[in-house]
Design a protein around this ligand. Sequence first.
Ligand code: BES
Ligand code: ZN
Ligand code: ZN
Length: 489
Amino acid sequence: MPTVDISSANGKDFSGDALIVPVFSGRERHRLPLSVSKVARAVMDESDFKADYQELVPLHHPNGVKGARWMVLVGLGDEEQVTLNKIRKAVGSAARHCLKKGWKDIGLLAPSTVSLDHDAVQIAATEGVLLADYEFTAFKGAKPEPKKFRNVEVFTNGDDTRKARRHLPVIQAGVAACHKVRELASTPAGHLYPETFAAEAQKLAKQHKLHCEVLDEKALAEGGFRSVLAVGQGSSKAPRVVKLDYKPKDAKRHVVLVGKGVCFDSGGLSLKDASSMETMKDDMTGAAIVLATMAAAAQVEAPVRITGLMGLVENMPDGNSYRPGDVLHSRSGKTVEVLNTDAEGRLVLSDLLHWASEMGADHIVNLATLTGAALIALGDSVNAIMGTDQKLVERLIQAGGDTGEHIWQLPLVEEYRDLLKSPLADLKNISGIRWGGTITAGLFLREFVGGASWAHVDLAGCWSSKERDYRPFGPSGEGPRFLLDWLVD
Ligand code: BES
Ligand code: ZN
Ligand code: ZN
């Protein structure tokens, strides 16, 4: 993490590698500090830079800015249309440009708007720079040092900085957690499998003073986690379940976070095709989010008790695999007819959600890369949410809006519950029709939460198919920031 300084200076004396200058289109550029507005105006007059949203112009040795080697103008578009998410993303694009150039000492002129809170703008802009500051080189042969910023100086040109500075630790913890999720989800399944993932959880738990318990195969059998064991039985890598506990004094609420941690999803005997398997090392993103969020919550001393459950398995075809047609006696006592071994996430979660429901917590939130149908419905920038507690669902949607990690609700349509009826067992693990797959998966999970206040996030937004704004190609790292927004509240 770079050092971050937020001051009310105007950036005139900044002497680092590059100063990022967000600019509104139209006449609003006059609101830039004088030192910079001359340059911006000249560029706008002489080039076709219109300051459209996300438009970038890097200028070398700009006139009027004393020490900075570069000034990067980035468009915010029309001021009337601006939002905090747009600011975060536009600044993030400029910061990605700087990062790729290897520039390390970065200045940022926080934009000033009439319509938005100054503090919130400062926070969003700073966050855009920090979120962009990510490169993962662990698997490059020469092991190059990842490009990283060293110092980030934010200039507010006279605006009060107290609130933003006070909020900075939460931003930094959220960004670190986002990057942790990106790293874990990027790590190939040959390296990150249940045992090594559990070890990683123990390591992070120790750093953040979280209580951590790892259930191995024997403990899972004793604990009745038969669905977890069934999904994992085709792999040479044995399953693990990790339980993390963060227990601050005087906590009035207790939340359980449950994460799907399928370290690789081949589909099992209901094998996926080759291209569908390419990104399935990321099928553990839910568990990574649980781990990273708890570390961040502990770091900022969130005032709520949090229990984290991670269900870690590998789903593989093998002579010992569970089969289509098998009936599982889940931990809850409900029996499940498995008709497709690729609908494995809901089986893993069924045991964990049942365990969570026994804890008597105020809320249960599970996070899972559960269905391809969520991507079909919402694309890869919006996550799906469903739940039994509308207030909880709405609070999480709001947190998604606040953090730019978008979440959209799908209905748990009662009529579709019939599609999960099995002639043989209490229910089956697929609906048997293609339509509404995200909803039927949600309905399946609901069977295991008892009467709890529960929400399920289907993580369609966990993998960016291309680089954009502050997001690199690959795992987006979404999750911890919206959860933290809620937990800290
Ligand atoms: N991990 C996948 C869901 C997934 C697929 C997430 C593609 C992101 C991208 C999950 O285990 C799965 O395979 N679900 C099946 C369910 C089906 C068999 C009912 C799916 O979505 O095809
Ligand atoms: Zn699957
Ligand atoms: Zn899966």
